[in-house]
Design a protein around this ligand. Structure first.
Ligand SMILES: Cc1ncc(COP(=O)(O)O)c(C=O)c1O
Ligand SMILES: N[C@@H](CCOP(=O)(O)O)C(=O)O
Length: 471
């Protein structure tokens, strides 16, 4: 299995180099040359496997022997031993045709842990095997940051810097990231939005001299390993639902969406042969992806702060990966559309391409008040407390999934992370102990302009020393 860039100028690199490269050196995103196919017999066999065994089957088909079977099994075991639920990502039936896939049983109570526990261990493994330096640079709208820090903290030879939008993450998300007192961890609170942070880290990664000098690595879904680990739970969820509904031919998935990473993993699962019906893109009021799926026009709108702040994203990183497949793996067309996006701020696909988009996806953009209404309604009717991101997923399920279909909504975070929204619903929740204890800790962060050069200068200091930051 080799990997190539969506923009065509990186070819034939293996899995470990793909993980280390993160953003492709031509500015594109790395994808496998061929998507591995799972036969019906294999699917049948996998339906009886544990989460970890399914993870091994999927991940090994992309690693393609670059990590020995035993080492990969150990990595997977270690990564999921930190989860609080034995099923890792359990599926709960909420009502007749709606299941919720709980992805929040990892250390930081968000779906990011599923991939970032694995990626943290993978980086540590690669560092030990090859001696390469791992200096991680990431941007977060709240969840990736905490999860990435948790995935690598205390691991030998790894440093990390996370950019988050100052004042635009929930209190618990901020505490999770900034209460880590460790000289190898740097939290930069930028005066701007997540999109500013993501743009700046992409610009820094694109400066190849700087990237190579400081051995910069990615933990965002820019890194294909993130997508890979997220494919696993689509399979696991399908098998759980199929056990209870043996006549079904497919399952729809409703996915709270921001950077298009999680739902892109679902698209990959479908392309691998998983019987997926519709992939429902659930956005909040930052609805660029909803508009694209309905009209075929990809164009950022005005930034809105919502009750689901982790999805307050205008420019969705993984859209480029999807575009690559939509354009029939034609990297020069991807390159020219991405250039066009850079200059005009807009991409428009043809009617025929839009038809293809709508074969796989439907979409709904959830308004702020609808998000709270759904939380209240499901709590009252089913006693299930949705976090505001999952609430967007459930609202989109109601709008887009036909009554006769079974739909799995991805529960991407625990409601305790977003108590601001839960309180507005007049619902009282008890915080898990791991979250409650954060409120007593001091915070370590630096507020900085959303300025690439200033941030790069700060990174130089962090990635060459181990100084402790203080508030
Ligand atoms: C809780 C939560 N839900 C949903 C999303 C959206 O996922 P993606 O960016 O992969 O589309 C995010 C962040 O990205 C998140 O943190
Ligand atoms: N919602 C994310 C945004 C970053 O997305 P990623 O999947 O590319 O890491 C977050 O919580 O940071």
């Amino acid at each position: 299995m080799k990997y190539i860039s969506t923009r065509g100028n990186v070819n034939g690199i293996g899995f470990i180099d793909t993980v280390l490269m993160g953003l492709a050196t031509d500015g594109g995103l790395l994808v496998p040359e061929k998507i591995p196919q799972i036969s019906l017999e294999k699917l049948e066999a996998m339906s009886r496997m544990s989460y970890q065994e399914i993870a091994f089957e999927i991940i090994s088909s992309y690693v393609d022997g670059e990590i020995s079977e035993q080492d990969l099994k150990d990595l997977i075991e270690r990564s999921y031993s930190t989860f609080r639920h034995t099923d890792i990502t359990p599926v709960q039936k909420v009502k007749d045709n709606l299941y919720v896939l709980e992805l929040f049983h990892g250390p930081t109570f968000a779906f990011k842990d599923v991939a970032l526990q694995f990626l943290g261990n993978l980086y540590s493994y690669i560092a030990k095997k090859t001696g390469v330096t791992i200096n991680i640079l990431g941007a977060t709208s709240g969840d990736t940051g905490a999860s990435a820090i948790e995935g690598v903290r205390g691991k030998e030879g790894i440093r990390i810097c996370i950019l988050h939008p100052h004042g635009k993450v929930s209190k618990v998300q901020e505490l999770q990231m900034t209460t880590v007192n460790d000289p190898t961890v740097l939290n930069l609170a930028i005066k701007g939005t997540f999109d500013d942070g993501q743009r700046i880290i992409k610009e820094i990664f694109a400066d190849l001299e700087f990237k190579n000098k400081y051995h910069l690595r990615a933990i965002n879904s820019i890194n294909f390993a993130r997508i890979l680990a997220q494919i696993v739970y689509y399979f696991y969820a399908y098998f759980q639902v199929k056990k209870e509904n043996d006549k079904i031919e497919y399952v729809n998935f409703s996915v709270p969406t921001g950077n298009f990473g999680d739902i892109f993993a679902g698209y990959m699962a479908k392309r691998m042969g998983l019987p997926v019906g519709k992939l429902i893109v659930a956005t909040n009021e930052n609805n660029i992806l909803e508009r694209f799926i309905k009209d075929g026009v990809y164009e950022p709108g005005e930034f809105r702060s919502t009750y689901s702040p982790s999805m307050d994203i205008q420019v969705a990183s993984n859209f480029e990966r999807y575009l690559y497949y939509l354009l029939d793996e034609n990297s020069s067309e991807v390159q020219s559309l991405m250039n066009q996006f850079k200059t005009t701020g807009k991409i428009e696909v043809s009617k025929e391409q839009l038809r293809l988009v709508q074969e796989d996806f439907s979409a709904y953009g959830v308004k702020n008040d609808e998000c709270l209404q759904t939380i209240r309604k499901y709590f009252a009717d089913t006693n299930y407390l949705l976090d505001p991101h999952t609430s967007c997923g459930v609202t989109a399920f109601e709008k887009c999934s036909p009554q006769e279909d079974i739909c799995v909504t991805l529960a991407t975070a625990h409601p305790a992370k977003f108590n601001e929204a839960i309180e507005l619903c007049q619902i009282e929740q008890t915080f898990p102990e791991e979250i409650q204890q954060l409120f007593d800790k001091p915070q370590y962060l630096e507020v900085i302009e959303a300025d690439k050069d200033e941030i790069a200068r700060r990174l130089e200091r962090h990635f060459t020393s181990a100084e402790v930051n203080s508030k």
